[in-house]
Design a protein around this ligand. Sequence first.
Ligand code: AMP
Length: 263
Amino acid sequence: MSSAPIYSIRMHATTGGDHLCGAERLSTSETLDGIAASLVRRALSHPRGSADALRLSVDRVEPEKVLRGRLLDVTTCAVADWRGGRNAARAFLVKAGVAAGAIDAAMTDLAAGAAPGGKNMRGAMLVDARSGLRLEPDPARGVRASRMDLSSEAEQRLRAELSPRNLDNPHVREAIVLAAKVAAAPGIVAELCWSDDPDYTAGYICTPLHGYLRFPHLKPAGEAIGGRAFFLQPQCDVAETIAFLEEAVVLFDEIGVFHPDRN
Ligand code: AMP
């Protein structure tokens, strides 16, 4: 993807007017139609239902606007169950400088459904890392990190690391890319995520100190409520953080180190 035109592809699907799923990719013109087709298929066969409306946006990006980046180092933390996962995640977030009250507030909101009416948000909550106050302008939409992807060489290298660990699936690959863009945004202290996919109990945190820390259990099996919290430095420029998350185009062409699992 060097000098050829690059396209940002974004998908957002709803069912009954509620957020169902979304995705964001970068592509050359050669792979654009295949990626678009795969995102349509994803929206029609999501574990939480089939989309009854979906939007695909394709925007050409000037090659000189594309920033390059490196993925975070990855570590899996063995935990017995989702309670153990949340306790461990909380302890790491505290070490990274997030106030315990802010973590508890974010976990409570994520577990209850952080959008009004206890629904899943379309994007992430923005949470003040000291006060725990929510800062996103729209609590239903949240803020979606967008316009990021892997170079094809980095994708091959990432898949070669994930495959022997039985982690080579789109959930994990996309989350690792998303976390790297979030970690690179100005004003970010840490991220917390667990999926809204009922079949997928794993989640992660990322912090500059720990990289991407994966927990095989961060929510109970069968639970269809999930989401993301981006913890922000107190008094940071929230508009600048949002602009980077939504608009900056980042292609990750280096992967991080895979560390041994920790207990
Ligand atoms: P998923 O990891 O796709 O199961 O997404 C879980 C939740 O994370 C979604 O319901 C959204 O609230 C949030 N989310 C997903 N993708 C993004 C994104 N690109 N930026 C911000 N939040 C996201």
